[in-house]
Write a protein that binds this ligand. Structure first.
Ligand code: ADP
Ligand code: MG
Length: 157
């Protein structure tokens, strides 16, 4: 992917602002959320889905692998592959039926565990904790020049 953009998140409020931006600018596609346990992948997802209009809880689908949502006619699938032992389990749970859904938004925590069973991303979001664990550094990687322009406008350095 050709573009990347770095952001510093001083607190959860900044994470919410990023999620709001993502909710406004990414309508569909495959998103990889990459980072250690506790980095903030689920937290970002939670604010993102709330921005789209979801009102209930956003559970971490650690044991179920996927949590489907229908938010204002938009199909959203939140995957957490942390506990996946073998990518083939995704085949058995019917991941193809999910991926066949047109115009869906597919969010993947721990995409590295999915092997070839999951599609290539349109956007990658790396979240890193700072040493004192209080802040986060985020790197977004993507192919859309329009998205880069919007990011630069919204988060001037
Ligand atoms: P992951 O899904 O990556 O394992 P979670 O989102 O479940 O991580 O947990 C992130 C934790 O870090 C939460 O307890 C959250 O309150 C905390 N946190 C502190 N600062 C931030 C931040 N800037 N963004 C997101 N989470 C943060
Ligand atoms: Mg998580």
């Amino acid at each position: 992917m050709q573009y990347s953009f770095k952001l510093h998140l001083s607190n959860e409020n900044d994470t919410q602002k990023l999620a709001t931006f993502l909710g406004q600018h990414i309508a569909q596609g495959v998103i990889y959320l990459i980072g250690d346990l506790g980095a903030g992948k689920t937290t970002l997802t939670r604010y993102w889905l709330q921005k789209l209009g979801h009102q209930g809880a956003v559970k971490s689908p650690t044991y179920t692998l996927v949590e489907p949502y229908k938010i204002r006619e938009q199909n959203v699938f939140h995957f957490d592959l942390y506990r996946l032992n073998d990518p083939y389990e995704l085949e058995l749970m019917g991941i193809r039926d999910y991926l066949d859904i047109e115009h869906g938004l597919f969010l993947f925590e721990w995409p590295s565990k999915g092997g070839d069973e999951i599609p290539q991303p349109n956007y990658m979001i790396h979240i890193e904790k700072t040493e004192d664990d209080a802040k986060r550094e985020v790197t977004l990687t993507f192919d859309s020049a329009e998205f880069l322009t919007a990011l630069k406008q919204h988060f001037p350095s």
